[in-house]
Design a protein around this ligand. Sequence first.
Ligand code: SF4
Length: 274
Amino acid sequence: MVKKPLFVVSCSGGKDSTAMLLLMIERGMPIDMVLVADTGLEFPEMYRHWDRLARHLYRERGLKLTILRHPKGFEWLMFDQPKEKLSALERREREGVPPYGNGWPSSQVRWCTGQLKIHQINKALSRLKKDHEIFQFIGIASDEDHRCETNEHLRYPLVRWDITETQALQICYDRGFDWDGLYEIYHRCSCWCCPLQQIGELRNLRRHHPELWAKLMELDQRALNQFGHTPLGRFKDGWTVAALEERFAAEDRELCLFSDMKPKCRRRRRPHKH
Ligand code: SF4
């Protein structure tokens, strides 16, 4: 049986996949479905961006965004998922770590990307594959083309159109998608709690999103209470979030002393436009 082709766009809502989707719409390319994997820990600005993108997609193509979520979410995976493999249970017992929860993700163990994004998307695609030949469109910019895989069912329009990351952002701005300024603050706009982000991004999180920073402090304290100073309880090499808080607060004090300003001079997030 010849399967019907289905054109599926994977869209994180970041600048590259957004630019890809906007251009695919503009260029009249076939789109049957747009998948978004929600980790539950996106910036509020990103959720608003998804809403705007969804309205645009519906207006232009009559399609809805298909949002995929893990049934139990990030915090359950981090603190509560029971471990089942005997080797893992034995290791945890030796190390005095409870037999549940994955702890903070790290560059070696990025369980979050696997379980909250890749697995959710693959699960949706496998269901569709029963009746369709899937062509998946992925938003990788041309200056990141080393990340592309050779597979006739994967398409990378930005690479084919030679659109770089900088151009992708401009394409979105030119069409009125600006994430309420998120890309003016952060280089990458995925999960706000990501321990893999640079110290500079975390400094910006504390300054521009103090409410999320406070939640991050709570999450880290919970991780330390549950996993102690083991790799699972380690937010970042050499840094707990509380230690970063002390460091950033000391930097602020120094800056304020230097410029003869009071601590309340700390820059606040710009007011929301909409
Ligand atoms: S952004 Fe960080 S925390 Fe979020 S899924 Fe990716 S690696 Fe995990």
